[in-house]
Every structure is written in structure tokens, then in C-alpha cells.
Design a protein around this ligand. Structure first.
Ligand SMILES: Nc1nc2c(ncn2[C@@H]2O[C@H](COP(=O)(O)OP(=O)(O)OP(=O)(O)O)[C@@H](O)[C@H]2O)c(=O)[nH]1
Ligand SMILES: [Mg+2]
Length: 368
């Protein structure tokens, strides 16, 4: 299955059915009177968030979405049938935007949420409903209401607890693979990841949904590399895990580049809680780790976690801190179980006794 996070759709609601002009005429029966029925209402176009979808790919193939027209009224006081509604099913986290992509018309963040995008035209009145004490044989009727049509954009913003960001090759996909059952593509070349991946990691008894997005490079906000469009997928995250490749020559510069892109994108990303991690520490000796950690901490102005996605070092601690931060919206220092560099992944019980199994939900690995 392919991943698609935006789609343009054209929607048309149904027209209302016209009212009918008819008179009862039967042999030997006098005073037949008007009996034209009302037209049926046109169908609505409704958008609904559903659980079992995670891409908008369906709307690449089906861009025109039309609800049924209402049927006209008929003689013998028969009303026309209403047109069926159509339901545009989208993944949770989808936003509906107008044609110029400036205004968000709907933001569907929970399964089952639905909104009418285009209303069907009302059914027209038949001549029977115009009958009055002074007009016993009306020939009036109403036409059915007009349909609405519009061009809209659907934009999916994944709903994850934490987003993995960093330069290409920082080890984001490797980390996601280490802590969840997601199996994104991993490669020692930049831009291995071309679309976001989700995975569910377990920290104690709390599940954390992580989003791995394609790497950022300098100038991503101007379209360099894969651009910064995928940052939209971490907009809703409570926290960011910023991975810096520890084997790089200048870790501070790498950190600065990504922060610069976050600032250029904005949308609240620069203010998000950030876990700065010096990754790939398995490939470094202790002196180098200490040196680069200090460089990174000086640049970031916060504590730096020393981890290794491949060796699993420092990950249980990171997940616990993340879980606490997501729960409370802040970093809980009391959960810090000491120096990350000395963490051993074979320990799955932390100092405070919390179980830190890194197992994932069977359905967690989402691999489009
Ligand atoms: N030594 C070491 N290598 C690592 C570690 N994590 C990732 N790598 C290697 O770094 C390379 C890039 O890893 P990925 O996980 O694909 O990196 P990414 O950040 O997802 O890269 P993009 O998807 O291109 O942005 C691969 O060759 C990995 O094997 C680590 O902890 N230690
Ligand atoms: Mg990747």
C-alpha cells in the first residue's frame, strides 16, 4: 500500500427533486384536487474519519465524488425519494482545506467524527402542498434546490505522540525498528525514508506512537531534499526526538541545521519539547562520546541523551522519559535513571523498578 498525505477532490452534492403538478382525475369522481408530491432531497457529501485507514491513496484514484440527486415528486401524492449521501472516508488526523489550501474547514482528529461538506438541494414542493382555502387547484410547484459543488484538499497529519527528526542517515528508521514492530527501510544513504512511518513502542505500561519522517537538510523549507512538507506529520506530536549522528564531524552544526529548518517551518515545532540524542554511540569511544555530548549540549542548551539505535543503548531510559513527558507534558527528572552512556539494554528493569520492555503491539508496525 502506498502512502499519500494529500489529495485534491471535487465534490458535488445531489440536486433536490422537483415538485410535481398533478390532479386527481378519475371517472365518476368529482373534486379530484391537486395531488402532486414533493421532490426528494439531494444527497449530502459527508467526510468521516475512520480507524482502519492510514493514507489518502484512495482519493488519488477517485477524485470526483458525487452524491445522488433527489427524485422528483409524482402524482397520487407520492414524494420523490431522497438521494443517497456519500461518505468520504478518511484516516484519523485528516484536515479538509479549501481550494487555495489556506483555510482549514474541518479537522478530524477522532474516529467517527464526521462533517457535512456539501449539502444536497432541498426537494421542491408539489402542487398539493400549495392547496389552500382560496386556491383549490394550484398549478404552482417548487423546483428542487441546487446542488453544491466545490474543490477541496484533504491533508493527512499523522497523529503520533513523538516525532523522530534529524538529518538523513541520523538513524531515525533504525531507532523506530529497535523500539517497535514497524519495519521501515534502512540504508546507509540519505533519503532512505520517503514517506512517514508509524510505530508503537512500549514504555512500562504506556504505549507511545512514534512517527519516523524523511530526513531534513539545509534549505528543506525552500524545497531542498524532500522539502519540509513531512514536518506536518510531527505538528501534532507532544514531543520531538532529535537524533544527531554521533559519527558526524560537527554534531553542533548538524543540530543547528535541523533547528533552523524547524524554525523556518514553525507551526509550533520549535517550541515543542525536544529530546536531543547523540546517536550511534556504539561506534564511538568514551572520550569521543564525552566530547561530542558536550559540544551538542552547549549548542542545544539542554541535556543530551547518548543512545545507539543499533545496539539499543539508552533506549529504555529515553522511552521512559518520553512516556512521562507525554503523560504530564513535561520532563520528569525523577525518572532519569542515571547516565545514559552506561545504560545497558539487556536491563529491562530500570532503577525505579519500572518495567521497560520494548515490545510493540502486533498491529503497531505500519508499513505502507
Ligand atoms: N553504528 C551505528 N549505525 C547506525 C545506528 N543507527 C543507524 N545506523 C546506520 O545509519 C544508516 C542510516 O540509518 P537509517 O535508520 O536509515 O537513517 P535515517 O535517519 O532513517 O535516514 P533517512 O531515512 O535517509 O533520513 C544505516 O546504515 C544504519 O545502519 C547506530 O545506532 N549505530
Ligand atoms: Mg529513514
Amino acid at each position: 500500500m502506498k502512502f499519500l498525505d494529500q489529495a485534491k477532490i471535487y465534490i458535488f452534492s445531489g440536486k433536490g427533486g422537483h415538485g410535481c403538478v398533478s390532479f386527481r382525475r378519475e371517472k365518476f369522481i368529482q373534486y379530484g384536487g391537486p395531488n402532486g408530491g414533493n421532490g426528494g432531497k439531494g444527497g449530502d457529501v459527508i467526510v468521516e474519519a475512520v480507524d482502519n485507514l492510514n493514507t489518502l491513496i484512495d482519493y488519488r484514484f477517485q477524485q470526483h465524488i458525487k452524491a445522488k440527486n433527489g427524485r422528483p415528486g409524482m402524482g397520487s401524492s407520492r414524494s420523490g425519494a431522497g438521494g443517497d449521501d456519500v461518505i468520504v472516508k478518511v484516516p484519523v488526523g485528516t484536515q479538509v482545506l479549501d481550494e487555495d489550501r489556506e483555510h482549514v474547514l474541518a479537522d478530524l482528529t477522532e474516529a467517527g467524527q464526521s462533517i457535512i461538506l456539501a449539502r444536497g438541494g432541498a426537494g421542491g414542493r408539489g402542487n398539493e402542498s400549495f392547496k389552500s382555502s382560496t386556491n383549490r387547484a394550484p398549478r404552482q410547484f417548487d423546483k428542487g434546490g441546487e446542488a453544491e459543488e466545490m474543490t477541496l484538499w484533504l491533508r493527512l497529519k499523522l497523529i503520533a505522540d513523538a516525532g523522530l527528526i534529524g538529518l538523513p542517515n541520523a538513524g531515525k528508521s533504525t531507532l523506530l525498528t529497535a523500539v517497535s514492530r514497524a519495519r521501515p527501510k534502512i540504508g546507509d544513504y540519505p533519503f532512505t525514508t520517503l514517506y512517514p512511518n508509524l510505530g508503537v513502542a512500549q514504555a512500562g505500561n504506556q504505549e507511545i506512537i512514534l512517527a519516523d519522517i524523511p530526513g531534513l537538510i539545509e534549505g528543506a523549507h525552500e524545497g531542498a531534499g524532500l522539502g519540509d512538507r513531512f514536518l506536518g506529520h510531527v505538528e501534532r506530536c507532544r514531543a520531538l526526538i532529535h537524533l544527531v549522528d554521533g559519527t558526524a564531524d560537527d554534531v553542533a552544526a548538524d543540530y543547528r541545521t535541523v533547528r533552523g529548518e524547524l524554525r523556518a517551518y514553525d507551526a509550533g515545532l520549535p517550541d515543542k519539547l525536544e529530546f536531543v540524542c547523540l546517536n550511534k554511540c556504539d561506534a564511538l569511544n568514551d572520550d569521543l562520546i564525552a566530547e561530542r555530548r558536550a559540544e551538542l549540549a552547549a549548542e542545544a542548551g539542554c541535556d543530551v541523551h547518548v543512545i545507539s539505535g543499533i545496539a539499543g543503548k539508552g533506549l529504555p531510559n529515553l522511552l521512559l522519559l518520553l512516556a512521562a513527558a507525554i503523560r504530564d507534558g513535561s520532563v520528569d527528572a525523577s525518572l532519569d535513571i542515571g547516565d545514559d552512556t552506561t545504560d545497558d539494554t539487556t536491563d529491562d528493569i530500570s532503577d525505579d523498578g519500572t518495567d521497560v520492555a520494548m515490545e510493540a503491539d502486533a498491529n503497531a508496525g505500519w508499513q505502507p
